[in-house]
Design a protein around this ligand. Sequence first.
Ligand code: ZN
Length: 420
Amino acid sequence: MKKVAYMVSVMLAGMLICWSIGQMSGTKKATSSTPAVVLAAESHKATPLAQAKLDYQQYNYAKSLKSITNDDSTKAKALKKEIEASKSDLVTWNDPDKYSHLFFHSLIVDPTRAFTSQKGQGYKDYMVTIGEFNKMLTQLYAKGYVLVNSERLVKKNDKGELVFDGVSLPKGKTPLVLSQDDVNYYEYMINSGFASKLVATKNGIKNEYIDANGKTSVGNYDLVPIVDEFIKTHPDFSYRGDKGTLAVTGYNGVLGYRTSVSQYGDTAKTKRETTKAREVVAALKADGWNFASHSWGHLNMKTSSVADVKLDTDRWEKEVQPIVGKTNILIFPFGADIGDWQGYQDNNEKFAYLRQKGFEIFENVDASHTSWGEMTTKYYRQARINVDGIRMTDDLNGTNSVLNPFFNTSEVIDSTNRNK
Ligand SMILES: [Zn+2]
């Protein structure tokens, strides 16, 4: 237990936002009343032609054509013609350096509550509001971006070497990787104007949110259901159903469920939370989301010893992997990479261990380029751009223009709430 306590203190000292999580006294439990889901139900299964149209819109031309091979209706013929025309005008994105990657933290539901809380400045710096995110999505879509999951971009050849496998998109479309860090709904964020968990409902994946008056509701209160809803109405924003990567730690459990046995005990409650978390994970995976390790204890892997990196990785494998499944993606907490720009050398013990544990895609943070990627036979490393208050402020100040290709900051930023 001593080692666990030590690791938690390491994690606290190094939290991205350097916050302590000892803010649990004001915790209010969610009521067990039935949440009011007021969203349109998915009424019927798509017809083969409708499914073929969706596959076409999401750039899966072969699948679309195959499913309507024997359909000689006028509509099917027109679709076949459209697909053949699109197929002849594709651009293949085969440069690993050209995939832009934007990442977010939890979205703010109630800016007043978040920005006036004790950690208000941290939330202003590292988070964006739902209102801001919605405007960003609209602009990203208008500019032709298409969401592609990074695990799709690598595959193994027959020699077991990693090779790049870029996607093909129509002219004018640009692939974009999206991720969300710390999808844990940490204890310190309770009662601060954020969603409290992800839930699987018959209307899709939603969030539970407890408002300032303590009322619980279920709806689109964070990135996942908001992106899901957006893609329902803009299917061509997603490459073959891809949505994004959810990076999770383990010390407060995952997705809002307190699943950590080392922190919450091997109790019936922890088991129930684990069962619920697994249900949500299954729904998320079926819905186009994948998972990344964000370490167990939000560990700074750059400054930590090899021994601590191993200990933390083992703990993630023990407590988180059984819930979210195996993943080959590691998203470095704090963006703190285990190597420099020269790449991972063979004598890099941290890399050797992480690779042995199955990690092949390594994601750091770098807002100096719109995209950066490095491909070797052993790993794919990508830089991500933090989309948050700091980045938007730098953009408005003219000190960093990296966001310009993605959206117009002055049009999306919620200055009213941020300057209150
Ligand atoms: Zn993080």
